[in-house]
Design a protein around this ligand. Structure first.
Ligand SMILES: [Zn+2]
Length: 475
């Protein structure tokens, strides 16, 4: 039982060790950046997908699924988009021994797969809005060092695509998606910043991009999702038009909303500690582990009590495991802690006869539950754990930002910086060089620090048009 590397000092080493200890993924597959989802990892992925589906269907999106391969001419119709993905795509060029007449792209994202078909689906104003999503693998030939969940070549990807009648309705859809994400993030206890990316960093082909970033300590940030407004940038090349009530043909305005397995990486990064992963209960493959502790010389009462309680908790819809293996209790505690289980229930002979359990949550808080209505007491203890986890994450989030008004303050920054910027690209790049990271963009939501009115641009000193932007070091 050794503690993991220090999270603050050696974040990536810590992250890799935490993922490894929790057995969320197996990296031994022979293609770099393509990992195996283990049974334990798969359970958390399914719980994550269920949350995304719940929230996106609540705002009227319906599931679809498109093929994985995209014909080259279709892929190349929107010029900026192609340029943005050109060096990242995998090509399929042969069928058996013969070269394909038309080479195929393994989707890096699905705009170019879907939009020629959207042109067939959308004909009249009655067909709008079109709000659809899919959860599929996408493929990107990543050249930087790959990391489980954070940077991979086969990505477990959620993508929503919508067609709206006009720009205002597309803007409203962007807001609906952001609100849906707020609910997802709250369930995962993940406070986030939403920033309108500077033009040089927006999605290829987008009118604007709003990125969702999570501070992960020492001024580092993790982009965990994006919402894009495309205006007519794709509907024109792909011919997605509808007849309005007056009989005029108009191009639709489109939006997309993308998330991925990075959310799981973010949960590990934000909540994890020196013992490993800490899951919020909604994502935990096992929410409650019961550890019966037999007295020396035997007696089956603890095991029987554990099994009976486990059945009642399953009836409540909880994901439960009874660890009645012959390992020592200490080894069991360690294993389930490193796997991030929110709540452990210890049942010895004394508890078994009293009808109580000793509950220890993943943050180390210990209470005795019962007797009577044990299953409800356990469910309440899980909710209390989630509230504590949220409070802890919010407190870390508040201290992850600070204001800077001089370029020299950016070097070696251990927080995400809130800086005044005039809006000129050259100044943006000077900020990026100074912080050795990126301008994340203009905040779309109130920040945990209130910087007041912006002073002159941190790079050139220009007063007019200065606004606050976030700058950090993206992982
Ligand atoms: Zn400037």
């Amino acid at each position: 039982m050794v503690d993991l590397p220090d999270k603050a000092e050696r974040f990536i080493d810590w992250y890799l060790a935490a993922v490894e200890a929790a057995e969320l993924t197996d990296k031994r597959y022979e293609v770099k950046g393509m990992n195996i989802w283990t049974p334990y990892g798969m359970q958390s992925r399914r719980a994550l997908d269920a949350l995304l589906v719940r929230e996106v269907e609540r705002i009227g999106s319906r599931a679809i699924e498109f093929p994985t391969l995209i014909p080259q001419p279709q892929f190349e119709k929107e010029k900026e988009h192609v340029k943005g993905f050109d060096d990242q795509v995998y090509w399929v060029t042969k069928g058996g021994a013969s070269a394909l007449d038309i080479p195929l792209v393994l989707r890096p994202t699905s705009e170019t797969a879907m939009y020629p078909v959207f042109a067939l689906w959308v004909r009249s104003h009655r067909d709008l809005p079109l709000n659809v999503y899919q959860i599929v693998s996408v493929f990107r030939y990543e050249t930087k060092t790959t990391r489980p969940f954070l940077r991979v070549r086969e990505i477990h990807f959620f993508e929503e695509h919508t067609c709206q009648a006009d720009e205002a309705r597309a803007t409203a859809r962007v807001e609906e998606d952001l609100a849906a994400f707020e609910r997802m993030a709250a369930a995962l206890a993940l406070p986030f910043a939403a920033s309108r990316r500077p033009d040089w960093d927006k999605f290829p082909g987008a009118h604007y991009s709003i990125a969702l970033d999570i501070p992960v300590g020492q001024g580092r940030t993790l982009q965990i999702g994006t919402v894009h407004h495309y205006r007519e940038n794709f509907s024109r090349p792909y011919g997605i038009q509808y007849e309005d009530p007056a009989g005029t043909l108009r191009y639709v305005h489109q939006t997309t909303f993308g998330l991925s397995e990075r959310l799981l990486g973010a949960v590990v990064a934000v909540h994890g500690d020196r013992r490993g992963v800490v899951f919020p209960s909604i994502l935990a493959p096992v929410q409650v582990v019961l550890v019966p502790i037999a007295a020396p010389g035997g007696g089956a009462a603890p095991v029987e009590a554990a099994r009976g309680l486990a059945d009642r908790l399953r009836d409540r819809g909880l994901r439960v495991h009874v660890d009645d293996s012959d390992e020592r209790p200490g080894a069991k505690y360690y294993r389930w802690e490193s796997r991030g289980v929110p709540l452990r229930l210890e049942i010895g002979p004394r508890e078994a006869s009293a009808g109580t359990v000793t509950a220890v949550n993943r943050l180390g808080e210990r209470t005795v539950l019962g007797p009577g209505e044990l299953d409800r007491a356990v469910a309440d203890a899980l909710s209390a754990f989630d509230r504590t986890l949220t409070a802890r994450a919010e407190s870390a989030f508040r201290s992850a930002f600070s204001v800077a008004t001089k370029l020299e303050e950016l070097s070696g920054s251990t927080t995400v910086r809130v800086v005044p910027w005039c809006g000129q690209e050259a100044c943006g790049h000077r900020i990026e060089a100074a912080i050795e990271g990126g301008v994340l963009g203009t905040p779309e939501r109130p920040l945990p620090v209130d910087p007041g009115a912006p002073g002159p641009c941190i790079a050139c000193g220009e007063r007019s048009g200065a606004r606050w932007v976030l700058a950090g070091r993206p992982l």
